[in-house]
Design a protein around this ligand. Structure first.
Ligand code: SF4
Length: 248
């Protein structure tokens, strides 16, 4: 299968394909109103959780967790995040999220152990695949995506992981057969096998996202078909741009 994009001159962010699989309207909002979308409280909480998890991961792989002690580590991560996220979040909110993430991370460590190696926020770009992305963690050669969501991980996360796997194979010359979506709230990992079907689905999603992001869609029609609105980070913004009388 030729993984090259039919639109070779455009490089698409994997987060845009992820958003597109979740909902094409979401992907369009992210693209057209990036500042408003970044400001949603859900996204801010997600960012705190993500950064806390990265920080805990770095501390554990460098062996500093034991020497520092749990409480010191948590306090330090809270202290690092407060100047950036409070306000708009309160100190208490930041601390609650950090503690929640630490509890989840502890469960993951109990199940999977401390990885021998892990890199965090790994940036990759491929002109051949027309894709660019930042992988949350590459753990012993396996991509791991961190999520802090109300819903359970599903199709969008699987496509995202498959695209990361394709990027790693293209840029790092490795084989990637499996990846994980780590649910930061529940402290669980979903194992995703990167098989041929999923690879093809992910590349089709990339091509469809490219087409829609550059040509647009009917928001009203698309919105009526959605079942994911209740979990959506941007439902307030989405309501604002859709004419009155359309049910969410
Ligand atoms: S509120 Fe619904 S239609 Fe709007 S972006 Fe979110 S999932 Fe899509």
């Amino acid at each position: 299968m030729d993984a090259s994009s039919p639109v070779r001159s455009v490089v698409l962010r994997i987060r845009d394909v992820y958003a597109f699989v979740y909902c094409p309207v979401y992907a369009l909002l992210l693209r057209r109103y990036p500042h408003k979308v970044e400001m949603t409280p859900q996204m801010l909480r997600g960012k705190v959780a993500h950064e806390a998890r990265v920080e805990f991961g770095r501390i554990i792989v460098t062996g500093r967790m034991r020497e520092m002690g749990t409480e010191v580590v948590i306090e330090r991560v809270v202290g690092d995040l407060l100047p950036r996220f409070s306000p708009p979040l309160s100190r208490l909110e930041v601390e609650e999220i950090v503690r929640e993430v630490f509890e989840g991370f502890s469960k993951v460590l109990d199940e999977y152990g401390v990885p021998r190696s892990a890199d965090f926020e790994v940036p990759l770009r491929s002109e051949r695949l027309s894709l660019v992305g930042v992988i949350d963690s590459v753990e012993e050669g396996v991509p791991v995506e961190f999520k802090y969501m109300s819903r359970e991980p599903g199709d969008p996360e699987m496509v995202q992981l498959a695209l990361y796997a394709l990027l790693m194979e293209d840029r790092m010359g490795v084989d990637v057969d499996v990846g994980y979506v780590e649910d930061l709230r529940r402290g669980k990992r979903m194992e995703v096998e990167i098989g041929e079907c999923l690879r093809e689905r992910a590349l089709r999603a990339r091509d469809d996202a490219l087409r829609v992001l550059f040509t647009g869609i009917s928001v009203r029609a698309e919105r009526r078909r959605r079942r994911r609105c209740e979990f959506c980070d941007v439902r307030v913004l989405c309501r604002l741009i859709v004419p009155r009388g359309v049910r969410v």
